[in-house]
Design a binder for this molecule. Structure first.
Ligand code: MEV
Length: 333
């Protein structure tokens, strides 16, 4: 039985990394943006109902003997213990529309929405820096050594430049479309990150060359994203392709990813690469708006299990209800 009728609600969104996955773990910057088309909604209650709606993640936070905990559970426990507010269990249910293990930030988004829901329940002021810190506690459990790019991007109001644990908003001047395609294969971020670390450690000279090259591409990408000419879009496409080559060299591409990248480029995309940790997961393609449908169809024809298209224009607008870290303050039931 629920002990009180008070309910807290929180939201977050999926993310996509445009440039810098993996190398960001080793000190380069990265560029990412939230995907409001793929939301997460969390509900927090005092007490426990034991009821789990179909397809929802459920956990009971604020307890001492919890056994193995998911990333979102760890994030909420970290928040509750910091605030010292929970006298008794807090039940959190999370409805996640983000496909899991596809490099779209599902674990960070679930943790972000869950901590927001609990903050709402306890009427606790939550600034973005504290929220990021709690989500990162969960991410360290889910991914091992997480750079923080996922935690930052799922909480962001638009595209970000992420570097050394902090982020700033990034200007978008381009008029283009971004198509994201799911290979249908689940990837393990922890596994992929460990593989890249081993690869870089095996040859320090090659690692330095690769990371310098990555940093140059990411800096160029930010400049190209901010530009408003056709030339900037074409250049960003080439930068993405060069980054994909670098990720392949790091060992995180797969035949499934390569097939989708080639299909997008053959269909007229300006650039395409994997997004997220790779070894499965998703591909991201940059296209002219008029070509987006054709690129999306080609990706599905080549085996993508689903695709999503976003315009660069929509990236400029803050996602609904995330401009404030307490988005649903007035929705206490
Ligand atoms: C995962 O979305 C991004 C990685 O770079 C890992 C990380 O930065 O924590 C692969």
């Amino acid at each position: 039985m629920i002990e009180t009728s008070q309910v807290g609600i929180g939201h977050a969104y999926a993310k996509a990394i445009l440039l810098g996955e993996h190398t960001v773990v080793h000190g380069t910057p990265a560029i990412a943006f939230p995907l409001p088309a793929l939301p997460v909604r969390a509900v927090a209650r005092r007490g426990t109902s034991g009821y789990v709606p179909d397809g929802h993640l459920r956990f009971v936070a604020g307890q001492t003997d919890t056994g193995t905990r998911s990333g979102p559970h760890v994030a909420v426990d970290a928040a509750l213990s910091r605030w010292g507010v929970a006298a008794g269990p807090v039940e959190v249910t999370v409805e996640c529309e983000i496909p899991l293990a596809r490099g779209l930030g599902s674990s960070a988004a679930c943790a972000g929405a869950a901590v927001r829901a609990v903050a709402d329940l306890f009427d606790h002021e939550l600034d973005l820096a504290a929220l990021y810190e709690f989500v990162q506690c969960g991410e360290q459990v889910a991914h091992g050594r997480a750079s923080g790019i996922d935690a930052s991007a799922v909480l962001a109001a638009g595209p970000i430049w992420f570097e050394s644990g902090s982020s700033r908003p990034l200007a978008v001047g381009l008029d283009a479309s971004i198509v994201i395609a799911d290979t249908g294969a689940a990837g393990s971020t922890a596994h992929a990150v460990a593989g890249v670390r081993a690869k870089l450690a095996a040859d320090q000279l090659a690692a330095n060359r690769l990371l310098c090259e990555a940093a140059d591409l990411i800096a160029a990408g930010a400049h190209e994203l901010a530009g408003s000419t056709a030339g900037h879009a074409v250049a960003l496409g080439k930068t993405m392709v060069a980054f994909q080559e670098l990720l392949a060299e790091l060992g995180v591409s797969t035949p499934g990813i390569d097939t989708l990248v080639s299909a997008a480029l053959d269909a007229g995309a300006l650039g395409a690469k994997l997004t997220g940790a790779g070894l499965g997961g998703c591909v991201i393609a940059l296209t002219w708006p008029a070509e987006a449908d054709a690129v999306s169809a080609a990706l599905r024809h080549a085996g993508a299990v689903r695709t999503w298209t976003v315009s660069t224009d929509s990236l400029r607008a803050a996602p609904p209800s995330l401009s404030d870290t307490r988005p649903e303050r007035d929705r206490k039931l």
